[in-house]
Write a protein that binds this ligand. Structure first.
Ligand code: PBG
Length: 326
């Protein structure tokens, strides 16, 4: 064998599991995660979501149990998404401000039974809208300014029910400032805002829309959600939201936008969340089911990559499964 002079041997730092653990740069911890939960009305209901294996639409009593389990695992927060029957949907998303609505009842039950867990609620019209859009639709146009009041009322109603953090996911212009004003005027100055600031018009939301039956009835979301080709625009959106009072910002989806997460992290000083969305979850779960991937190893690698990119908080349907391994 011919011998070569070798000065640098990075493999020394990889030779045993204990050395690798010493030099590991990023570690996942249960407190990194937010668990998204789908809520359906009723009692003891656990309805599977076909395109999201191991995820369910849960009735409020089972949501409570899920919150207890999550909190015991060290997961600090849940994000709630109500799944409503078509009979409760209309053009103006009126059900979203019903103080006795499914979401409001679920929030207050969680707050009374599992008060330690942080409850995050989504602000957007789509789960309540017959048009399946995040804003008000008139003649196929999504109206920005007319939507703001609806979003503000929705946020105030969620805060009144006990939500700790309001998460606008609608991508209307100026909604973060409007919601902040609305919350403050109603004395909810302590309620935070996690803004879905850089939310892309992504094909990876498909399984989520199956779960809520919230697919847009016509058109797509490209006039408000961002073009996947753009990165500078994400910075613009994030800076606007921080300026309007966002306490935390989000990039969504996560694994196919790691460059955006890294760039945002270097530019701002509020916590950065990343949403590991339904399609990203479904890809791994389905490949694992077919035996094409080691599902657990792929999950750990994917979530670690999101953290490595700079995310402080990760919303993921894997939260419980991952927290059990941490
Ligand atoms: C709705 C909303 C969506 C998601 C979170 N909030 C879907 C959409 O914008 O169409 C997607 C989450 C996921 O895919 O896991 N405003």
């Amino acid at each position: 064998m011919k011998t070569f002079r070798i000065d640098q041997r990075p493999r020394r730092n990889r030779q045993t599991a204990s050395i690798r653990s010493m030099v590991r740069e990023n570690r996942l911890h249960p407190s990194d995660f937010i668990l998204p939960l789908f809520v359906v009305d009723g009692q003891e209901k656990q309805i599977p979501i076909e395109s999201m294996p191991d995820c369910f639409r849960l009735s409020p009593d089972l949501v409570i149990k899920e919150c207890q389990k999550a909190y015991q695992l060290g997961i600090p927060a849940v994000a709630l998404f109500p799944s409503l029957p078509a009979s409760l949907k209309d053009k103006a998303a009126s059900e979203s401000i019903n103080p006795e609505g499914l979401l409001q009842r679920t929030i207050s039950q969680i707050k009374s039974k599992v008060p330690e867990i942080t409850v995050i609620t989504d602000v957007a019209m789509d789960p309540y809208s017959i048009d399946g859009h995040d804003g008000l639709v008139q003649d196929s146009v999504i109206l920005n300014d007319e939507t703001l009041e609806i979003l503000v009322n929705m946020a105030v109603s969620q805060a009144a029910a006990g939500a700790d953090i309001i998460a606008p996911s609608d991508m209307m212009d100026a909604r973060v400032g409007a919601i902040r004003q609305g919350l403050d005027q109603h004395d909810y100055t302590h309620v935070g805002i996690l803004a879905y600031s850089a939310k892309y018009a992504s094909a990876f939301y498909g399984p989520f829309r199956d779960a809520l039956n919230s697919e847009p009835r016509s058109g797509d979301k490209k006039t408000y959600q961002m073009d996947p080709a753009n990165r500078r625009e994400a910075i613009r959106e994030i800076l606007l939201d921080v300026d309007q009072g966002a306490d935390m910002v989000m990039v969504k989806p996560a694994i196919i936008y790691l460059d955006v997460i890294a760039e945002i992290k270097s530019k701002i000083n509020v916590p950065v969340a990343a949403y590991n969305v339904s399609g990203e979850y479904a890809m791994i779960k389905s490949a694992a089911k077919l035996g094409w991937l080691d599902g657990q190893a792929a999950m750990v690698e994917m979530l670690t990559a999101i953290k490595r990119s700079g995310a402080d908080i990760i919303l993921t349907y894997f939260a419980k499964e991952m927290a059990e391994l941490c």
